[in-house]
Design a protein around this ligand. Structure first.
Ligand code: GTQ
Length: 345
């Protein structure tokens, strides 16, 4: 590839004249913005151990009352982007949120989409547009763009969950803002009960079709049972994986980030091809190895890691006799909509 002229090659007076008119020559920077063959990601492969962060999160509970935090969260920040940018990847934000018994994180709504993956504790709930969604380990609760949400806790031990938002992207677009509200009136218990089985949805008499987000809570007991049944019924399947989708359209459950759950059979080693999307892995149950060029992580329960796009990755179950379960988030839905999604075999 042809080497291009550098900024220093240009006369000082010319550069000053350009700057004076807010002009910049492209050629000294062309290779940086269009690198050959594959992007140069800022996103570094990074792992956050739950054992490491949990005491610090509990300490935040002592140091900062909920009224002074609104959302008591430690952000899982990727140093490749700079810690102050609060990015796990270019598009994905991750945070571990703590709610103590009796606390309340007030109602608001915002333009970024969020999901919560429940990590620890019982008795807390998120109310989304009046729908009360109880939280148990492994449940996925959606709080999509523009929907009112607040968190409460009637239990007696700390509750922790992983927030996954498309905040970096929405912020980059200069479209990120919040509206504060007052406590919602609960009008429904989690409507996942309306979606007990795949293939049947509520009939027109109380039709929810047409809602962008008909299902807000995906209970882990159901997702886990689906994975186990899938593994049993289809032993030859390459990857025992299910996607979290809108039950009425089959589309990704949110528009920007995609979510799935993966089961690694005892002793299984799964090679994933390089895909253009960045990925987040959160260990729900068991232990897994995550290896990619130059990096290897060992995930224990509740650990979280992220890897950049365009990287083949191998997942391996560290146990020979127990299944391992992983929650995955990526930005494939966004990339597909934009036409830049790739799989490289
Ligand atoms: O729970 O609504 O981690 O608004 C970041 C922003 C959580 C939330 C975060 C938020 C929330």
């Amino acid at each position: 590839m042809q080497e291009l002229g550098r900024l220093e090659d240009l006369p000082e007076a010319y550069r000053t004249a350009l700057t004076g008119q807010n002009l910049v020559p492209l050629w000294p920077s062309l290779r940086a913005v269009l690198p050959p063959g594959k992007p140069t990601p800022r996103t570094q492969p990074i792992c956050w151990s739950y054992e490491g962060l949990r005491p610090l999160l509990l300490q935040a509970g002592e140091l900062t009352p909920i009224e002074k935090a609104e959302r008591r969260v430690l952000v899982l920040a990727n140093p490749g982007h700079g810690l102050d940018k609060m990015q796990a990847s270019a598009t994905i934000y991750l945070g571990m949120q703590l709610l103590l018994p009796g606390e309340w994180a007030p109602a608001h709504r915002h333009t970024p989409n969020a999901v919560r993956m429940i990590v620890e504790g019982e008795g807390a709930y998120t109310t989304v547009e009046g729908e009360k969604c109880p939280m148990s380990r492994g449940d996925l609760i959606l709080t999509p763009t523009g929907l009112w949400h607040e968190h409460g806790h009637d239990g007696d031990k700390p509750v922790v969950w992983l927030d996954v938002l498309d905040l970096p992207l929405v912020y980059f677009m200069e479209a990120s803002y919040v509206t504060e509200g007052k406590a919602q009136t609960v009008t429904a218990e989690a409507n996942d009960r309306a979606y007990q089985r795949g293939g049947v949805v509520p009939a027109p008499v109380f039709n929810r079709a047409g809602e962008a987000f008909p299902m807000l809570r995906y209970p882990w007991v159901d997702v886990r049972a689906t994975l186990v049944a899938l593994a049993q019924s289809q032993p030859d399947l390459d990857a025992v994986q299910v996607a979290y989708v809108n039950p009425e359209t089959g589309a990704d459950c949110q528009k920007i980030l995609g979510f799935s759950a993966l089961m690694l059979r005892p002793g299984e080693r799964l090679q994933l091809p390089a895909r253009s999307c960045a990925m987040v892995f959160h260990q729900i149950e068991g232990g897994a190895g995550v290896s990619l060029e130059g990096h290897a992580f060992s995930l224990a329960e509740a650990d979280t890691c992220c890897i950049p796009g365009y990287t083949p990755v191998t997942l391996s179950n560290r146990s020979k006799d127990q299944a391992a379960f992983i929650f995955i988030a990526d930005d494939a839905p966004l990339q597909k909509k934009l036409g830049v999604y790739e799989v490289r075999n």
